[in-house]
Design a protein around this ligand. Structure first.
Ligand SMILES: [Zn+2]
Length: 449
């Protein structure tokens, strides 16, 4: 091979093609040009042209987190593009897709999408795509938002917690899936049943058991059944976000066997935390659907092993410490959402390795499959033609989480003080190390990848 590259990455452990291998990666113009045998490729002369990775580190594709609530504009005091993308980069994530709610305006029109893009521009340390929202009354905006480059759409079947992002009913769900099928883009669904939830009262307070009892698995099971039938009837592509109820796994598997276009994700917190260990008043762990029992957690891991669950994404849903009611510990009043963007990889890896999974599994769940969901063809894999986005991970090294030292805007996370395995040593975006002070992330569109 006589060709020279802008950069050659030489490593004994690279996750590519679903396995771990020793190789050289030749990078040209910000993309992966070729993957060659270790020692076979030549970079430009001088130390800058060759990145020789230590043997105790693994080169993963830059992770893709398709479920992040950035909250800017409008609620930038909760998070924001600068802090969220810095946290992402520090956590090995090189692409994130921002959810359409928790910002003002919510991303439910092309006008709102423009406003969000303007807010993000120039601030992002990693690449960012945007989901569009489906709410009652915005059917006419779906095709224009798709044209404008949203990576897909999201709706709620239950109260979202935001007045400007109301849930859709079953007729609207079916109608949206029909439109999105024509556009060949997915509909992400927050699947909890509004009807069933309306029949349950939660009186608030510090007790986690009471909060959990008010959010039974049935709320998810019922809503997921509804999504399955809507996807079956329309031929549309549906995706279940943040699955917590393991009861729903057999339903999802059977629908898929029957040809329903359905995928599902779960999140680090459902895979790492358990209801039994959440102390009363520990509202940092409040989310919806809730974290369930240890037995449920093991069944979610089985769902990953059986490939019923396709991806693991953070559902980073930040807020201020005040909103989390850390002083009162009241699960009724506290904001529902977990902050974990920067910690997703070590949280998942710590639990995954314990159960015999490999880093190739982690890369599939946290890079390849989320990129595919968001239609980002050039992301999530170490393969010729893909962007040269990498996460350098020391998989055997441990650290203690100090919430105050994370790049998240607020030092609120249920992982504070925990010891996790897997230290992110560096992140490369299009062939260059991410510099947190000089953001050069791009705003991505589904079409352009
Ligand atoms: Zn979410």
């Amino acid at each position: 091979m006589g060709e020279t590259f802008d950069l050659v990455i030489r490593a004994s452990r690279v996750i590519t093609g679903g396995a771990e291998t020793a190789c050289d990666i030749g990078v040209s113009g910000g993309r992966i040009a070729v993957i060659g045998a270790r020692g076979a490729l030549a970079g430009p002369a001088g130390p800058a042209g060759l990145l020789d990775i230590e043997d105790d580190a693994v080169v993963l594709p830059g992770l893709v987190d398709s479920h992040v609530h950035v909250c800017e504009p409008g609620n930038t005091e909760w998070e924001g593009f600068a802090s969220a993308t810095r946290a992402a980069a520090a956590g090995g994530i090189t692409t994130l897709a921002d959810m359409p709610l928790d910002s003002v305006p919510a991303t439910v029109s092309t006008r709102a999408l423009d406003i969000k893009r303007r807010a993000a521009r120039g601030q992002c340390a990693v690449d960012v795509g945007f989901w569009g929202g489906v709410i009652p009354g915005n059917a006419g905006e779906l095709a224009p938002m798709h044209e404008a480059g949203v990576v897909g759409f999201k709706c709620f079947l239950a109260d979202s917690g935001s007045d400007d992002f109301p849930p859709v009913g079953s007729r609207q769900l079916t109608a949206a899936l029909r439109v999105l099928r024509r556009l060949d883009t997915p509909l992400l669904v927050h699947a909890e049943s509004a009807e069933a939830a309306a029949a349950i009262t939660h009186h608030g307070g510090r007790g986690y058991a009471d909060y959990l009892a008010a959010h039974p698995r049935g709320l998810e099971n019922l809503a997921i059944a509804q999504v399955i039938e809507a996807a079956r009837a329309t031929g549309g592509q549906a995706h279940i976000v943040h699955l917590s109820s393991s009861d729903a796994l057999p339903m999802i598997a059977s629908a898929r066997r029957e040809g329903v276009r359905l995928t599902a994700e779960t999140c680090p917190h459902y895979l790492a935390l358990t209801a039994e260990e959440i102390a009363d008043g520990a509202t940092a762990a409040k989310c919806s659907p809730p974290i369930r029992e240890a037995a449920n957690r093991e069944l979610l891991w089985a769902g990953l092993r059986d490939k019923i669950l396709d991806l693991v994404v953070s559902d980073h849903s930040p807020c201020t410490a005040t909103m989390k009611e850390l002083s009162t510990g009241d699960f009724g009043v506290a904001w529902g959402g977990i902050s974990s963007l920067q910690l997703s990889l070590p949280v998942v890896w710590t639990e995954a390795r314990r159960r015999g999974f490999s880093l190739a599994d982690v890369a599939r769940w946290m890079a390849e499959r989320p990129a595919r969901l968001a239609g980002l063809a050039g992301k999530g894999r170490i393969a010729p033609g893909c962007d040269a986005d990498f996460c350098l991970l020391a998989p055997d090294e441990s650290f203690a989480v100090d919430a105050g030292r994370l790049h998240h805007r607020h030092p609120v996370t249920p992982y504070d003080g925990r010891t996790l395995t897997g230290v992110v040593r560096g992140t490369l975006l299009r062939g260059r190390p991410v510099d947190l002070e000089r953001p050069r992330g791009r705003l991505l569109t589904r079409a352009a990848g």
